[in-house]
Ligand binder design. Structure first.
Ligand SMILES: C[S@@+](CC[C@H](N)C(=O)[O-])C[C@H]1O[C@@H](n2cnc3c(N)ncnc32)[C@H](O)[C@@H]1O
Length: 487
């Protein structure tokens, strides 16, 4: 799936003009967030589940070690007997996967073969086509148990989205929906409307968004690009924060010249008792905002709370070319993203990059070609009182304005109540996600502001480039006195 960068941008430029933080303030588009089959209950009927189970065994999936069942997270996989860690719990033959090969072999294969259709769009079209075929589809029992929507923020109503006003999650969500809309517009024109025999019924943006949401929440993260595949049965496995093993819990077996048909094989990452649910870890690296966007839940782990600071070298900066050159020499670019995680130090390259952005006036000598190879090393330490003060002001102003855009500020009493609310079981799941992400982002912003506030207070005691240079030349003593001559 394409990587989307849709964070509010913190544009830091050489002073003046003043840097600004631009948070996405677009009015929400009047998308109807009603899923395709909203009238259908979100709870899967027992008969559909039984039909799905029969279908799985008739197709040679499973092996009796785990079975699909209704669980608190919707559907899930339950152990049919005690299973030790590493035991295979689901085996799904390739003929059941919904992937590029299934698209090619299906009646939409010809229509999807032309052009440069993204793999996820092709599989989304397959989902929609097969859903429209109803009982005639070979995947009908699987399609019948797919949720009509999840709690992913892409499915939230405008009212629900108000709860994440001011957050990066809102901006990312709107960016993703815009992206899906633009993919839909082109696929509608080029494939859906051009192949009325294959898509006789109207396919709406909401249908397409549903298919996108299904893929986003169910595809195993490593199955990207051309390998993107929906794996019925295995994709019922839910996530638990208690599973912290990093390694993959699945593999594809039997591929190759003499191999039997490819088989997706899922293993339990932990011991499970008979009748208990099997869980995996979806992704240790995802932030709460990413979990909310992809799956519609969050965790209470502080390491999931993060805020992405986006810094840019402004084209109007008089030293634009030199700064860009230096950034590129050090593996960065005109725009750089820094993920700041709660209770973690700032990403190591963030402060040097900030110092670079804020260079101006008498500090500009450091940008000269002569210093090109050593400049980054100098930027890892304070350059000048002016420059250091600038980076503090720029970040603190940006944090202040970002914090002001949220529902509440961290100091307010009702914020503490918000945190209490999250702990309450009864809270609607989407509100829980909204409050959790909101509070998490604000904590990280507050943490960033605190770091730069403390730095601001220490400005007088810092050692700057000129002082370091004089020391290197033996012209300053250890107690910072200038030595004019040795006795
Ligand atoms: C891969 S599917 C798992 C099967 C899904 N539960 C179902 O009913 O089809 C991922 C979705 O399951 C749900 N889910 C998985 N783990 C969860 C968790 N720990 N808490 C809440 N929902 C979870 C979310 O809706 C998520 O988008």
């Amino acid at each position: 799936m394409a990587t989307l960068h849709h964070h509010p941008v913190l544009s830091v430029r050489h002073r003046p003009p003043p840097p600004c933080i631009c948070l996405l303030r677009r009015p929400l588009k009047p998308h109807q967030l009603v899923p395709r089959a909203a009238a259908i209950s979100t709870t899967v009927a027992e008969s559909a589940l039984q039909h799905f189970r029969r279908w799985l065994s008739s197709q040679g999936a499973g092996e009796g070690k785990a079975y699909p069942a209704a669980v608190p997270e919707g559907l899930g996989l339950v152990a049919a007997r005690d299973l030790p860690r590493g035991e295979v719990v689901a085996e799904v033959p390739k003929k059941l996967w919904m992937d590029a090969d299934a698209v090619a072999a299906s009646d939409i294969g010809r229509a999807c073969a032309s052009g440069d259709l993204r793999p996820w769009v092709a599989v989304a079209l397959l989902l929609l086509r097969e859903a429209a075929r109803g009982a005639d589809s070979p995947w009908a029992p699987y399609l019948a148990i797919l949720p009509r929507q999840t709690d992913s923020t892409i499915f939230w109503s405008e009212e629900e989205l108000l709860e994440i006003q001011g957050t990066q999650l809102l901006s990312t969500t709107m960016g993703v929906k815009d992206y899906v809309q633009s993919e839909f517009d082109s696929v509608e024109a080029e494939i859906i409307n051009a192949n009325k025999d294959l898509f006789p019924d109207t396919v709406t943006y909401d249908d397409f968004l549903w298919a996108f949401g299904v893929l986003r929440s169910r595809v195993f993260p490593e199955l990207r690009g051309d390998k993107l595949a929906l794996i019925p049965f295995a994709d019922l496995v839910n996530h638990s924060p208690n599973v912290t093993s990093d390694g993959s819990c699945w593999e594809i077996k039997g591929k190759g010249l003499f191999g039997r048909e490819a088989m997706f094989s899922l293993r339990t990452p932990v011991d499970v008792k008979s009748g208990e649910q099997i869980y995996i870890q979806y992704d240790l690296d995802k932030s709460n905002a990413e979990l909310a966007l992809d799956y519609g839940f969050i965790e209470s782990n502080p390491y999931r709370d993060s805020y992405t600071i986006t810094l840019e070298i402004s084209e109007s900066d008089p030293f634009y070319g030199d700064k860009l050159d230096i950034a590129e020499l050090n593996g960065l670019g005109e725009t750089a993203y820094f993920d700041v995680v709660l209770n973690e130090p700032l990403p190591p390259q963030m402060i040097p990059y900030l110092r670079l952005l804020c260079i101006g006036g008498t500090d500009a000598f450091i940008l000269e070609a002569l210093f090109r190879n050593s400049v980054w090393g100098h930027l890892e330490l304070p350059l000048s009182p002016d420059n250091e003060e600038s980076i503090c002001q720029v970040i603190r102003d940006a944090c202040k304005s970002a914090l002001a855009a949220y529902h509440t500020t961290i100091e307010e009493l009702h914020e503490i109540q918000d945190e209490e609310l999250v702990k309450r079981e009864k809270l609607p799941s989407r509100l829980k996600v909204a409050i959790g992400v909101r509070v998490g982002e604000k904590k990280v912003l507050q943490q960033i502001d605190d770091i730069f506030k403390q730095r601001e207070e220490e400005l007088d005691g810092l050692e700057y480039y000129q002082e370091r240079r004089l020391k290197d030349l033996g012209l300053v003593s250890d107690n910072s006195e200038i030595i004019f001559w040795e006795s």
